[in-house]
Design a protein. Structure first.
Length: 338
């Protein structure tokens, strides 16, 4: 539909970010054998890509890397924080009240400009929060507060009941430490937990006990609260790991994709499979091999068979670019007599 023709190259977003990071002057060239983890934290998802340097990565177009772990991630992006903030407002001032502001003409007509402006304001405070301060003060626009159609005293009373503070004269909503932790904590915990999970898996399957470098990129990746949490986590559990947040981290994927297309070649020489891929087939029943699934055996033309799954590529198996993975199959005359 886009009529792009055949001159289209595809790249995984975390891999594209590696292109941008390697051309950054913020770090020295990466030597052969260095292990690196790229964490691409965006609005909707946080994606992870783990690599080992196979040929030294320099600031020009040289260098090759290979997967240490299959691509992974989850829905822990910054929009989750928006959802949690909206839920807090609903719990605080009532679903009916918030719906009246968010959907003044019904959900089928979409969100109101007043609500959209409020979310944009919240995003600025969310992105600036450092995770260290004991409170987060959110200034609400006059038209938003007025649209709530509640008195200042009632807004303040309901906020206090939720462990927050609303000042009608300044239109400020203050979130204190417990409420902030409930808001940001689940996302930050998921991200650091996944870093730990990938690191542990790599340590179990390769000679790398930890990542030497972690690149943190994406719009959410430059957020002080995430940067500080990841840095604290690494300092405590993996002190040998160096955290790098490149300049203009929110543009890293886009810039890397442009570089990837401009160079016309892939720096990835091998990837690990996200899934086990194979096929089902019928095998002649052998007691020493199939006794655990004997109850699933069936007879075909008087011969005993079992259905088995034959893996072609296993999860997290390394497959080099251009490598063929194949198995030879033979049909049985016991099933298909001539």
């Amino acid at each position: 539909q886009a009529k792009l023709g055949r001159d289209v190259m595809l790249a995984l977003e975390p891999e594209a970010a590696v292109h941008a990071c390697r051309l950054s002057q913020q770090f020295e060239p990466l030597a052969k054998g260095v292990s690196l983890l790229t964490v691409d934290a965006g609005g909707g998802t946080v994606d992870f890509a783990a690599h080992e340097v196979e040929e030294p990565i320099t600031h020009d177009d040289s260098g090759r890397i290979v997967d240490l772990h299959h691509a992974s991630g989850g829905g822990w992006g910054s929009t989750y924080l928006d959802e949690q903030f909206c839920r807090l407002l609903r719990d605080m001032w009532g679903t009916e009240t918030i719906d009246r502001v968010q959907y003044p003409h019904g959900k089928q007509t979409g969100e109101s400009p007043i609500w959209t402006d409020m979310i944009q304001q919240w995003e600025k405070y969310k992105e600036d929060y450092d995770g260290i301060s004991n409170k987060l003060i959110v200034k609400l626009e006059h038209h938003f507060v007025r649209a709530l159609q509640l008195s200042g005293d009632e807004l303040a009373t309901r906020a206090q009941a939720m462990g927050c503070k609303f000042r009608p004269n300044r239109r400020t909503l203050t979130l204190f430490k417990d409420r902030i932790d409930a808001l940001f904590g689940p996302v930050l915990d998921e991200i650091t937990s996944h870093i730990d999970k990938v690191t542990t898996t790599v340590a179990e399957t390769t000679e790398h006990t930890h990542f030497q470098v972690v690149f943190l990129v994406g719009g959410f990746g430059q957020s002080p609260v995430l940067v500080n949490r990841v840095r604290t986590f690494l300092d405590e559990k993996y002190p040998q790991t160096r955290l790098i947040v490149p300049t203009r981290a929110h543009e890293a994927v886009l810039r890397g994709a442009i570089i990837h297309g401009f160079l016309g070649k892939d720096i990835i020489v091998g990837r690990r499979s996200r899934l086990t891929v194979g096929y089902h087939m019928k095998d002649i029943y052998r007691h020493e091999k199939h006794s655990s699934i004997e109850d699933k055996a069936e007879f075909v033309n008087g011969n005993k068979f079992v259905s088995v799954f034959v893996p072609l590529v296993r999860q997290n198996q390394l497959v080099k670019v251009g490598e063929e993975c194949k198995k030879t199959l033979y049909s049985s005359s016991l099933i298909y007599p001539s």
